[in-house]
Design a protein around this ligand. Structure first.
Ligand code: 7MF
Ligand code: ZN
Length: 881
């Protein structure tokens, strides 16, 4: 190992920076063999008058150091593989350093690197130190001037943050451009691009009347695939003005798409850099989901301009300050652009599948962690998505108006600063005039709380008593109670909500419409509603008002009723999920007996299918049975095979019981015209493809063959990737001839398009066919497979290990060995991406002994490997626990 026992960094060790850098002047001289980076820093001491200047720097070849124009002798400073230290420095001075770096050999894709012929940067979290010596911490905010020089023919486009202020040519076909960013920023928001790109341009006029130039930069052959990204950007800008009163602050906003990128995208000031998967969209190559993801990621990066860039994090432990808040804002945006119900259900489904699992495993951490070894490992679903749930609870507690007041105060108080989560919570509390002291425990408490609800109805007195009990995660039984909003409705016999009158003497309840926000602050509290005379079924945790595991007192009949009638779309969907989970777990338990599903579920499911008033997207979600991973979370010992077979059998039984309706629904939803990307067309495609999934699983051979033939026609003739991919999935899952023919033809059509080829790998990797492990192994040797492109690596290995429970956990243990092989291979080139794959081993304790031992063995193998990165080391040792 490079570093035998990498040491953790603790939040409690935070110290203010002794030096600020007010101005940064950078010059990049890009040459084929090497790049020279010259930095002039205006340094100002604000702390300990005796403190040495310590700058971060990694993989830099130092050429020279000078203070106020005077070169330093070699004994006037010390250089290690991580720092440059200058012991005796004045209180204000100009430091000039010159270093040489090798972006063409940078396979980690952090700092300055090359993606194909494009030079680009990724600095968050700690990549800036791989370009120059600098205090690489977000509480050092500086104004940047950047000069880029490169060969004019090969790199006609030279971009950096802010405004382009000057340009010229030098000797031998070289040219240069100078950029200036007027806004002080932390170095993680620095960006540079040098490439041969084309620009899809537009404008946006802010509500104060300023015209902003918008530019989407892509490789020439993708110039036809940028309009959706541009219109998403315009929508985001308008939305942030309308919803939060926030305008864009520069005259230019650029987005560059690159094909080798470790993450989704990056919010660098004025110059976002994106994984091209989240920019490029054409109907023939991008699915409806891709379109929505692009809109959401563009919005996310745009929203960072205020929540992240103008106000940034004091230190990396505060990451959720910008990420949880910005995810919450992009979720609100997408809800407004699409359907709030569908968006909420999709987000909760994601949270439960990924974040609840993280919270229950060896890498559980609070949304504001207390320590880390490698910061890049803490860009987690907990920090991001649970972080967004915490913001959502603040929104629920404060109400829209109070939330806006809090946000306004936050912007007013902290614009231009690097702050903490505590600063944010204080601004929200002060702005709205509420007390969030107890609430702030959500920032410190790891794990998912359990919420137990019990109901008691005294019909004669008309009192309905809801007892809510919260239990901390089992590993921290003494954790103090959290402050959480529990949204409740009472659904009457007729399916309509009854009016709610909370007992004034009880704990705090706010009624909004027919939903009561019960504020649970103690381990157990009783919420009493008066005037409830008729029969009601409680609808609990409406809109998923708190990120908890709910145990509700519902009977199967209650669940069937709520599935059909609950006015809260989330609870309606969740009733279907809970009911399905119960019957599927029963089916696993009595695997040998087989036997039919609870007829009440089958009937309720059929009623959803036939419900003409239900929106197609919602219906598709409701007809989909819970994911095998979510079902696994509910078992003491996960039985991947049993779960897979029970779920497949249930699909067939539901298909058999509704065969005619399914066929009729499919026919009725046939596309009415050419592809459109509007809400109705998307809903029709979603529902029709959900129905196709059942039709292809029906036991009647004739019907099934007809459905598969239609899938084949759909694959061949669809005018859009949503339908083509959905058909491809069905044919791959059918196996045999269907699979072989479809795999071959999809490949022949799309082999030249990397993003579609990623789908080709993923669809095969996620297959439930029994030979999937062998096929994934073979696909690793495919000519188009490479570990050097993060999207491709994740398309095959990430999808297989995370999304294919039954395939990855193949009894042979071969899935584990394959993943560990590839992690080690990848770790030598790109530790960040390698580390992301380690999480698949986290849950070894939740499986049977043989599988658990096999996973543990691979983890030991990883940890024991010479030269292992800090990234993989940290997650593998944590997984072993
Ligand atoms: C929407 O957060 C939600 C999350 C860090 C990189 C983008 O803007 C970001 C960057 C990671 C994981 C998820 C996201 C991002 C990153 C992301 C993107 C869009 N600051 Br790592
Ligand atoms: Zn972000």
């Amino acid at each position: 190992m490079k570093d035998p026992r990498p040491q953790p960094i603790y939040r409690r060790d935070y110290r203010p920076t002794p030096f600020l850098i007010d101005e940064v002047d950078l010059a990049f001289d890009l040459r084929a063999e090497q790049t020279t980076v010259t930095a002039e820093l205006k340094v100002r001491r604000i702390g300990d008058p005796t403190a040495p200047l310590v700058l971060d720097g990694e993989r830099l070849q130092l050429q020279s150091v000078a203070i106020d124009g005077e070169p330093l002798a070699e004994d006037a400073y010390t250089v290690t593989d991580a720092t440059l230290t200058i012991p005796n420095v004045p209180d204000t001075f100009t430091l000039r350093t010159e270093v040489v770096i090798f972006p063409q050999d940078n396979t980690e894709l952090s700092g300055l690197y090359r993606s194909g012929q494009t030079y680009c940067t990724q600095c968050e979290a700690e990549g800036f130190r791989r370009m120059t010596y600098f205090p690489d911490r977000p509480d050092v905010m500086s104004r940047y001037r950047t000069r880029i020089e490169a060969d004019a023919a090969a790199y006609p486009v030279l971009l950096s943050n802010g405004n382009r202020v000057d340009a010229g040519t030098t000797d031998a076909g070289r040219h240069w451009v100078r950029w200036e960013d007027p806004f002080p920023k932390p170095c993680y928001l620095f960006a540079l691009v040098a490439a041969d790109l084309r620009c899809h341009a537009g404008t946006f006029t802010t509500r104060s009347g300023r015209e902003v130039k918008l530019e989407i930069w892509v490789e020439p052959h993708n110039i036809d695939a940028c309009e959706h990204a541009l219109s998403s950007l315009r929508k985001s800008m308008a939305w942030d003005e309308q919803r939060y009163g926030r305008e864009y602050d520069l005259d230019l906003y650029m987005i560059v798409a690159v094909s080798d990128f470790n993450m989704a995208a990056m919010e660098n000031k004025g110059l976002n850099i994106f994984n091209d998967k989240y920019v490029l969209a054409r109907p023939q190559t991008a699915t409806d989901e891709d379109y929505e993801n692009i809109e959401g990621v563009i919005a996310h990066e745009y929203f960072h301009n205020w929540t992240g860039n103008r106000i940034t994090c004091r230190d990396w432990f505060q990451l959720t300050l910008k990420e949880g808040l910005t995810v919450f804002r992009d979720e609100q945006f997408t809800a407004d652009m699409t359907s709030p119900a569908v968006k909420r259900i999709t987000d909760v489904r994601g949270l439960r599948t990924a974040q609840f699992a993280e919270d229950a495993g060896p890498n559980r951490h609070p949304i504001r962690p207390d320590s880390y070894i490698e910061m890049n490992n803490f860009y987690t679903v907990t920090v991001y998505n649970k972080g967004a749930e915490v913001i959502r609870m603040i929104h629920t507690l404060l109400g829209e108006e109070g939330f806006r007041k809090g946000m306004d105060l936050y912007f007013e108080r902290h614009d231009g600063q690097a702050v903490t989560c505590d600063d944010f919570v204080a601004a929200m509390a002060d702005g709205a005039g509420v007390d969030l002291t107890q609430f702030s425990r959500w920032y410190a408490q790891a794990g998912t709380p359990t919420l137990v609800a019990e109901a008691e109805h005294d019909r004669d007195a008309g009192t309905y008593t809801l007892t809510l009990r919260q239990q901390p995660p089992s590993d921290t039984p003494d954790a103090p109670p959290l402050h959480m909003p529990v949204a409740v409705g009472l659904v009457g016999d007729d399916g309509r909500d009854v009016a709610l009158t909370p007992d004034q003497a009880g704990p705090k309840v706010t009624v909004r419409g027919t939903t009561a926000i019960c504020e649970l602050t103690e381990a157990e509290q009783r919420f009493v509603f008066t005037g409830v005379t008729g029969d009601v079924v409680p609808s609990l945790l409406r809109d998923f008002s708190a990120p908890v595991r709910l145990h509700a007192p519902h009977t199967p009949d209650d669940l069937a009723f709520l599935m059909g009638r609950d006015g809260d779309a989330f609870c309606r969907w969740d009733a279907a999920q809970i009911f399905a989970r119960q019957i599927l777990l029963e089916a696993v338990a009595k695997a040998d007996a087989g036997g039919p599903l609870d007829p009440r579920f089958v009937e309720a499911w059929g009623r959803i299918l036939a419900d003409e008033r239900l929106d197609g997207s919602l219906k598709a979600l409701m007809l989909t049975l819970p994911d095998e991973r979510v079902l696994g979370q509910a078992m003491d010992v996960v039985d991947p095979d049993g779960l897979h077979h029970a779920r497949e059998r249930a699909v067939t039984e539901l298909a058999d019981a509704n065969a005619t309706t399914l066929d009729a629904t499919w026919d009725a939803l046939a596309p009415k015209g050419p592809y459109a990307n509007d809400r109705d067309a998307i809903a029709s495609r979603r529902l029709r493809n959900a129905v196709l999934r059942y039709r292809c699983a029906v036991s009647d051979d004739g019907r099934r063959s007809a459905a598969l033939a239609q899938a084949r026609t759909q694959l061949d003739h669809a005018d859009n990737m949503t339908d083509a991919q959905a058909a491809f999935v069905r044919l791959v899952e059918a196996g045999g001839e269907h699979r072989d023919a479809a795999t071959e033809s999809f490949y022949a059509t799309w082999r030249q398009d990397p993003l579609v080829l990623d789908k080709w790998f993923s669809v095969q990797a996620v297959s439930g066919q029994p030979d999937t492990l062998a096929r994934v192994r073979a696909l690793c040797e495919h000519a188009d497979f490479t570990l050097d492109n993060p999207n491709r690596a994740r398309a095959l290995l990430g999808v297989f290990s995370v999304r294919n429970q039954v395939g990855f956990h193949d009894r042979s243990g071969g899935g584990y060995a394959l993943l560990a092989d590839k992690i080690l291979e990848l770790d030598r080139r790109n530790p960040q991406v390698a580390a992301r794959l380690v999480g698949a081993f986290n849950h070894w304790r939740r499986f049977d002994e043989a599988r658990g031992a096999a996973m543990r063995e691979q983890l030991h193998r990883l940890v024991g490997t010479e030269g292992l990165s800090r990234d993989v080391y940290e997650l593998a040792t944590k997984a072993l626990g």
